[in-house]
Design a protein around this ligand. Sequence first.
Ligand code: G4P
Length: 523
Amino acid sequence: MTEEILKRRTFAIVSHPDAGKTTITEKFLWYGKVIREAGHVRAKANKKFTTSDWMKIEQQRGISVSSSVLSFPYHGCQINLVDTPGHQDFSEDTYRALTAVDSVLILIDAAKGVEPQTIKLMEVCTMRKTPVTVFMNKMDRDSLDPVALMDEVERILGLKCSPMTLPIGSGKMFQGVYSFIDDSVHFFNPESTEAEMRKVDGTNDPRLDEWFNAKYLAEFREQADLVRGAMEPFNLEKYLAGDLSPVYFGSAINNFGVAHLLDNFVANAPSPMPREAEQRMVAATEPNFTGFVFKIQANTDPKHRDRIAFVRVCSGKFVRGAKVIHCRTGRQVRLAAPSTFMAQEKTVVDEAYAGDIIGIHDPGLYNISDTISEVENLKFVGIPDFAPEHFSRVYLEDPLRSKQLSQGLKQLSEEGATQLFAPVNSPIPVLGVVGVLQFDVIKFRLEEEYNARCRLEAAPIFVARWVEGEPEAVQEFRSQNSHDLALDKRGNLVYLCPNEFRMTTMEKNFPKITFAKFHTELK
Ligand code: G4P
């Protein structure tokens, strides 16, 4: 069992739309021998209609990839690539996926540098000290200076960079990369998917002058000197502690630098990490099965409220049909037909190990962040609520359906589709989401599934912040700001701040209060 667990590599790709996530995922699948050709999925035409990046692959390749995880073997490891819904689907699920992985790969468009969506997602990684690897993509296009790119990653994302490779030229003059891992050069050839590699004797090896354009080689040497002086060499321990990020350069569409990245990623990325429970730390290799729910997906059939709860296995081995404790309620449940997603199709799983993701049938029992455990009553810490960015007030169209509305809102918030706030001074509930399209989904589902037709009106709220601090300070804040306060679904106090100026003022006037962007039930 330990061997199975240690070979798991569970990670997610974080990127801004169009940075090349679909393209690189497809290359990974090709290396994992899940698909046969390394051709490129052409997505433009139907981009509007796709709801998940992986659906593009699914539709055009005719293979079935689940919307939550892709698993494939590679170099003796079992890779679990967890989806982070992006684009139109961007929602709290995107954040939550990051709590179910052990490491993260960030993809950056080298022509554009760091973009806003990546910044938000990185906050979750920083909070959890997740080891992060960076891939600078699209080097075949005119790119920003590599040192400037890494500087941006350091400044904006707060990641300390350690270049594993450095490019020689970019755009039309992209000639290849130099690898500091083993002092070798990899030649870029857009006509070939196999990069030629030659070992060299350091960056000043005179043979480089024969092979590369003098201008770009001189630039590269200058950058290499700069990097050596200013950046740390790769250190596995620091990487695993989330303190140092290896950086690679390449071009996903040309399959250049992808194998290099994958090989080194698999060698360095952590196997399933220990998880903190309220009671104690739980090591992945412990024999007893434990896991937590990080995502709940409503069934596509609106007539049934059945859902799938996605569980990250945290320790031990799970065996089909096993009885486990649903720790929040203390109930014993049998996991009769859990499914897993072995790239080709959704299959019923007979066993799963720490690091794996399984989908279990949810008759309405599970909430986000629920723990299930074979023998011991545990509560895993660490699936926070993330401060929403868009807010709406909910007005019921038919006053007789208020019971259905509150039931619908309660369930949708438990499922994590929205955050629900009950204003202290008003009976009209406020919904908060991180991706604005979630409102359409919620309105539709309230009507279809709960027969509660309602109107959502944008609420003039700038940000939501959890109010934490000494009781006296909180009480004082509360008495002065009750019109902007609400309770979340667990009864925690939340400040729904109307504008930026007010937020700054409050932070200044109430120094003893923490206005938190994330809220975890247990600290
Ligand atoms: P996403 O999932 O992160 O949104 O990105 P996706 O892989 O769909 O890639 C976005 C666009 O960037 C695609 O072009 C893709 O071909 C292109 N791309 C990905 N990697 C590279 C690269 O290394 N170099 C270059 N030059 N382009 C790259 P598109 O025009 O949207 O689609 P298509 O017409 O190529 O299908």
